[in-house]
Write a protein that binds this ligand. Structure first.
Ligand code: ADP
Ligand code: MG
Length: 325
């Protein structure tokens, strides 16, 4: 059986821009030779420090950012779609099947639109419903699923709490019945006590609708109980990818191990040897030669400074390190 989404050798560039007239315009890879599959109905977690390329990868998957090398393929029932350079007729179909849950529930909802209009917007812009009644019915159905009070749909976002605003944002993302969702730091702006409720809601809806989700978070403890598989990104590369349980019980890449050691709540026995990574994350404009992690790695060798380790697979567990055990 083929995967729902296949990403192969993906590279996504930005222009760095010129600092002065003598400098050539530099482009750099924010996503660098990335490979993974996402199975239908699964939650795929993407973790890594700020700047590692998570949002850029999510945008490439949603056709919100062009990629310049490699491929992304979606296997929809209607056929295979590649989000780069989609013709207009397919772009509309694609837009109805994939959605983003906004990152920040405080700033992403238009203050001048009612909640009803915010949730209805994808239905109207994609021309999915043909009457106001049909739109209203769909809005009410999804608002109820997201545990919003349907008597408050004519209010404006400012009268809602952060958690409720995130439910509005989720309802908006789901109203067109997409098959795939990118949730980019969707609970990061919320209090821990509210996060759990939003995650539970997402999981319930995901199971009910058979949704496939890419769940992006800088926080490993949030992905622990939520994702089926987790990929760890560092400087634009995936350095480890495994089913969540395997990653949490047997992390192999030195970077993943260091990330775990910075969250004692997950590995209480490591509390006494709690370490943080040494050194700064290198500039994305000047990635080190060889392994991207070598400048901070506790087990670096001379080989790591010359050769780039590729992802090696062992029992569904992939890691890009010469010495991972
Ligand atoms: P993350 O989501 O993991 O924090 P991003 O994907 O946002 O990382 O960013 C990856 C890298 O690309 C960062 O170095 C960031 O500064 C850079 N970047 C992001 N967006 C742009 C842009 N529009 N133009 C130029 N560089 C960008
Ligand atoms: Mg981001």
């Amino acid at each position: 059986m083929s995967s729902f989404i296949e990403v192969r050798n993906l590279e996504v560039q930005y222009e760095r821009g010129k600092k002065n007239i003598f400098e050539k315009t530099n482009s750099f890879n924010a996503v660098d030779n990335v490979n993974f599959d996402i199975q239908k109905g699964k939650i795929f977690g993407l973790v890594g420090e700020s700047g590692s390329g998570k949002s850029t990868l999510g945008k490439a998957l949603l056709a919100a950012k062009e990629y310049h090398r490699g491929s992304i393929h979606y296997h929809f029932q209607e056929g295979m779609i590649n989000p780069n350079h989609l013709p207009k007729n397919l772009l509309k179909l694609f837009r109805s099947k994939v959605q983003l849950i906004f990152q920040d529930p405080y700033n992403s909802l238009s203050p001048r639109m009612t909640v009803r209009d915010i949730i209805a917007e994808p239905l109207e812009s994609l021309g999915i419903t043909s009457s106001k009644k049909e739109t209203d019915d769909r809005v009410i159905e999804i608002a109820q699923k997201c545990q919003l009070n349907i008597n408050h749909l004519n209010r404006f976002p400012h009268s809602f709490s952060g958690g409720q605003r995130q439910r509005i944002s989720i309802a908006r993302s789901l109203v067109a019945k997409p098959e795939f969702i990118v949730a980019d730091e969707s609970v990061a702006a919320l209090d821990v006590s509210i996060q759990a409720g939003i995650l539970q809601l997402l999981k319930n809806i995901q199971q009910e609708m058979g949704l496939t989700i890419m769940f992006i978070s800088h926080d490993l403890s949030v992905v622990a109980n939520f994702c089926d598989d987790v990929a760890v990104m560092y400087l634009g590369k995936i350095v480890e990818l495994a089913p969540t349980k395997k990653l949490f019980t047997d992390p192999k890449h030195p970077y993943t191990k260091a990330l775990f050691q910075s969250i004692p709540s997950i590995h209480p026995d490591t509390q006494t040897t709690l370490q943080t990574l040494e050194g700064e994350i290198p500039s994305i404009y000047q990635k080190p030669q060889g392994c991207v992690f070598q400048t901070r790695c506790p087990i670096v060798s001379s080989r790591c400074k010359v050769d780039q380790p590729s992802m090696k697979k062992h029992n569904k567990h992939q890691t890009a390190c010469f010495y991972s055990t």
